[in-house]
Design a protein around this ligand. Structure first.
Ligand SMILES: *Cc1c(COP(=O)(O)O)cnc(C)c1O
Ligand SMILES: [Zn+2]
Length: 482
């Protein structure tokens, strides 16, 4: 049976500071705590009310919505009550985000790795990364706020390693007035494909020398001192939208994730925060009976979260790191703003799921590239961060963190096409030394020009086609039909 009604339930969203516990109304644009500077998470203070509905009933509701034709419920807001249940139907922006496919590893790839696993292709979102999940929620919130306050112009700003700006610019240009998008990028540190996206959406694109962490600082000052809407993951509404990833994984596996191990690349740490938060909500409501295991993955070249968790408990110290060039460029962040969120949620995850429920593994740049190339040669569409996840799975297997009857779900956070430049460098073995990547020449691939560039000139199509066919047949050693 189709469920076509928009939910009538409305909650109350409040910002909760993870550092000092201060609470602020969700009806405002806030990013950091005015009392202490800490980061927020949004909490639905009427969450308890949702417990009047049983886990089974929730599962049935979400399963029924799977077939809805109602636009507002077709994407991440299939899970409306669990995300941001304050918007009205007219506020919700849907551009086709969410419900990305989970694709089981090809038989050849699974055999090579030695454990069954799947990729969740979040690159199949509208701007080709998972960031769309968060933006759909952040922009629905902005529409809701503008409507309630009669605001006639809101300038949205974000710093970005590429994909946040692509998503922000896309949603802003779709919604249109009163929203306008400005993005701030580290010059030369996003791929040409990523840069083309906000340009194509008509956003104002500003660049600064430096890396992402530098741009983030600039944007923080802007958000503190000027009237702008910040769209980085300090914006807690984005985290809510990104929780949909966890809900989709659970629903796909029939609401039983007890044998699942999720691998998530960690940059600013918003994604892993959201994924843990989503599972914890489902657990609280009895929608899932057991938590899955969550593995954060970081590169040696940007590994502050790994460094923290690799120290023994009781002797852990948080320290940002200076990043080195990384092929997992979207996660090349040395001072993740969501680290306090990870800390808080990981603690809860371990409390409920045991020590093995949350872990962080580290990989080399070489492993990331080798893994991405391998995955894509076996029919996948993984970006470098998806390669990072596969490398993380390989290392987790090697050191015995995972095995037996377990199954892994790797987050391919963006589409491979956004990062084709790294593939090219691999095929040409032309990585600058700072990346620490040497290509495996046996995996190189390049186009083969069969005839001289001027071979087409002055020939009729029949003559040319015959030459072309002869050249193909000779190159491939084709046998003539009898
Ligand atoms: C943003 C991004 C990441 C890192 O996610 P965080 O939430 O910053 O940890 C990883 N991969 C891709 C493709 C991204 O765009
Ligand atoms: Zn505070």
């Amino acid at each position: 049976m189709q469920d076509t009604s928009f939910p009538s339930y409305r909650g109350q969203m409040e910002y909760v500071c993870l550092n000092c516990g201060a609470r602020r109304s969700g009806e405002s644009l806030l990013y950091t705590c005015d009392a202490c500077g800490g980061v927020f998470l949004l909490e639905n203070t009427d969450f308890q009310q949702l417990k009047a509905t049983s886990g089974q009933e929730w599962r049935d509701i979400f399963d029924r919505r799977a077939t809805t034709a109602k636009t507002a419920l077709r994407g991440i807001f299939r899970y409306y009550e669990l995300l941001a249940p304050v918007f009205d139907e007219e506020d919700i922006v849907f551009l086709g985000e969410g419900l990305t496919p989970i694709i089981e590893a090809s038989p050849s790839l699974a055999a090579k790795i030695g454990l069954p696993f799947a990729y969740k292709n979040d690159g199949q979102n509208p701007s080709a990364s998972f960031k769309d999940r968060g933006m759909a929620c952040a922009f629905s919130f902005l529409k809701w706020l503008c409507r309630r306050n009669n605001w006639d112009e809101v300038l949205t700003v974000c710093a970005s390693t590429g994909d946040t700006s692509a998503a922000a610019a896309l949603y802003a240009s779709y919604v249109g007035a009163p929203l306008k998008s400005v993005v701030l990028l580290p010059h030369g540190k996003v791929t040409p494909q990523q840069l083309s996206q906000p340009l194509g959406s008509g956003a104002v694109v500003l660049e600064l020398p430096g890396v992402f962490d530098d741009c983030m600082k600039v944007v923080e000052i802007l958000a503190e001192q000027y009237r702008v809407a910040l769209l980085n993951s300090k914006n807690s509404w984005r985290i809510l939208g990104q929780e949909s990833y966890a809900l989709e994984v659970a629903q796909w596996y029939g609401w039983d994730v007890s044998d699942q191990c999720l691998f998530v690349p960690v940059g600013n740490a918003g994604n892993i925060t959201a994924i843990m938060a989503g599972f914890l909500k489902m657990y609280d409501l009895g929608i899932i009976k057991r938590l899955p295991r969550v593995f954060g993955v970081q590169s040696e070249h940007a590994d502050p979260v790994w460094r923290y968790y690799s120290a023994p408990k009781g002797n852990r110290h948080w320290a940002p790191v200076t990043v080195r060039p990384s092929v997992a460029q979207a996660a090349m962040i040395g001072n993740p703003v969501s680290f306090p969120r990870v800390q808080k949620l990981a603690e809860r995850f371990i409390e409920l799921g045991g020590e093995r429920a949350f872990q962080v593994v580290r990989v080399t740049e070489q492993q990331i590239m080798d893994a991405m190339i391998l995955a894509n040669r076996n029919g996948h569409i993984s970006c470098t961060q998806g390669g990072e996840c596969l490398a993380g799975l390989q290392n987790a297997l090697k050191i015995g963190l995972i095995g037996g009857n377990e199954h892994a779900v790797l987050d391919a956070t963006a589409h491979s096409l956004k990062f084709s430049g790294f593939q090219q460098m691999y095929f040409e073995n032309s990585f600058p030394p700072a990346y620490d990547v040497v290509a495996d020449a046996s995996l190189a691939n390049e186009p083969v020009l069969l005839l001289p560039p001027n071979a087409r000139e002055g020939k009729d199509i029949q003559t040319f086609a015959k030459m072309g066919a002869d050249a193909v047949a000779s190159k491939l050693g084709l046998l003539k039909k009898k």
